[in-house]
Design a protein around this ligand. Structure first.
Ligand code: AMP
Length: 431
């Protein structure tokens, strides 16, 4: 099965060819025909499933006909990083169709966004706050919006955007197509979806659970030992790109600094950084300048970096949903990934919650040779000793570099990290 079956405009097929997609992902197979038919869609999809193209391709198809230079598709997303990512997808896939997309989010010049809107665009990808700001100034006309997309709706609600979304809904025509995507479906989200979707088709990809291609392990530890455990783990483990999560911006900043002191190529990504610096950190991570990104949950939202081999939860996420989102950063588009979580004894309740969602126990591991300074990680958790070798086997070809003991790294391994072809092959491709 390939993209030809959707009978898309040849200019859009040319865009698909450019980005290298060969086979539609399951959500694309299910959602694209429905969106092309004009149906409202409720998409229950994890990150990494290809949902952006699932809504973008039919939108682009619609835009190949009808008036140009009016805002006809509005996509609302929780963070600037995600907005930027969606915009890039629109630009890449819509290049040959000459579709224009503009981003609208805070933290950068409003003037330039307004100027871009004045020049005319068919797609606007926006975060709620700045969109309402610009709409309040009368600098955007949303009266001709034909398609409204709410992406990562659960996260928007978590971030307190629900009232803003309700205000945005009043600015767009009632007669429109609405596409609603969420990785999780708490009651609040279900109610919101129910109130704005008309006779929607529900597209659900798998269980609402972390991507299946990610293998999970818990490392029981104490707060005091965390940093040394991480340093030794990074030295002993064959890793590609590593995304580390901390609870707070301050902890992200300090941990990145400490890792840098130990010779790692690392950048922080946290909400106190300017948009420019955040983008530099993400680009540096994507291009291989940094092997490690230390991020907070919100800052990491929407990062689209292929080939993240390891997500390390240095601090336990606050909720099972947050765990799902973090882990969604690895195993994207069905590559394999490893998710390591440092759990202090108090985290045990949350670990059980995650196990319930995964429907299986998560392996407890100890790092071989690590000095636990009297702490008995296996005592509480019935820990299972694993070796570095067995872990490497588990990376399934994804582990690309094993560092020497403690010393600064030599080559960055960048040459080996060229972007892979994007053919979508859920099984049997040896990844
Ligand atoms: P998303 O879930 O939209 O964030 O997409 C996750 C990743 O999958 C992105 O890097 C996309 O470029 C990639 N992707 C989307 N659709 C396909 C496809 N049909 N084949 C291969 N990769 C894809």
């Amino acid at each position: 099965m390939n993209f030809d079956q959707f009978n898309l405009d040849p200019r859009i097929n040319a865009g698909i060819k450019d980005v290298g997609y060969v086979t539609p992902t399951p959500i694309q197979k299910q959602a694209i025909p429905e969106v092309l038919r004009g149906r409202d869609v409720l998409g229950l999809a994890q990150t990494g499933t290809g949902k952006t193209a699932a809504f973008m391709l039919p939108i682009l198809q619609r835009l190949t006909k009808g008036p140009l230079r009016h805002v006809r598709a509005l996509i609302v997303a929780p963070t600037r990083e995600l907005a930027e990512q969606i915009h890039e997808t629109a630009v890449e896939l819509g290049k040959h169709a000459r579709v224009r997309s503009v981003t609208v989010y805070g933290g950068v010049s409003k003037k330039r966004q307004v100027e871009a809107l004045r020049r005319g665009a068919e797609i606007v990808v926006a975060c709620p706050g700045r969109l309402l700001d610009i709409a309040g100034d009368g600098d955007i006309d949303l009266s001709r919006v034909e398609v409204l997309v709410l992406d990562e709706a659960d996260r928007m609600c978590d971030m307190g955007f629900l009232p803003d979304i309700k205000r945005i809904l009043k600015l767009v025509p009632a007669r429109r197509q609405t596409l609603f995507f969420s990785a999780t479906m708490p009651k609040e989200i279900r109610q919101l979806a129910g109130s704005i979707l008309k006779d929607p088709v529900t597209v659900q990809i798998g269980m609402i659970a972390p991507a299946k291609t990610v293998s999970h392990a818990i490392y029981p530890v104490t707060h005091k030992l965390k940093k040394n455990l991480l340093l030794q783990m990074l030295d002993q483990t064959a890793t590609g790109r590593v995304l580390i999560f901390t609870k707070t911006k301050r902890r992200a900043r300090f941990l990145a600094r400490d890792l840098e002191k130990k010779g790692h190529n690392v950048s922080a990504l946290q909400g106190n950084m300017s948009q420019n610096r955040r983008q530099k950190a993400i680009n540096g991570f994507r291009d291989g300048k940094y092997d490690i990104l230390v991020a907070t949950d919100i800052a990491a939202r929407g990062i689209d970096v292929a080939e993240i081999s390891h997500v390390i939860n240095y601090d336990m996420p606050d909720t099972v949903d947050a765990y799902t989102h973090r882990i969604g950063r690895t195993g994207r588009a069905y590559e394999t990934g490893q998710a390591f979580t440092f759990a202090v004894p108090d985290d045990e309740g949350l670990v059980r919650g995650i196990e319930r969602v995964l429907k299986k126990p998560i392996e407890r591991r100890q790092l071989p040779g690590f000095d636990y300074a009297g702490y008995k990680p296996d005592k509480r958790n019935g820990g299972k000793q694993s070796t570095v070798n067995s872990e490497r086997a588990a990376t399934n070809g994804n582990g690309r570099r094993s560092r020497g003991n403690g010393g600064p790294k030599g080559g960055s391994g960048r040459g080996r990290r060229r972007r892979r072809g994007r053919s979508y092959a859920p099984q049997g491709n040896g990844r």
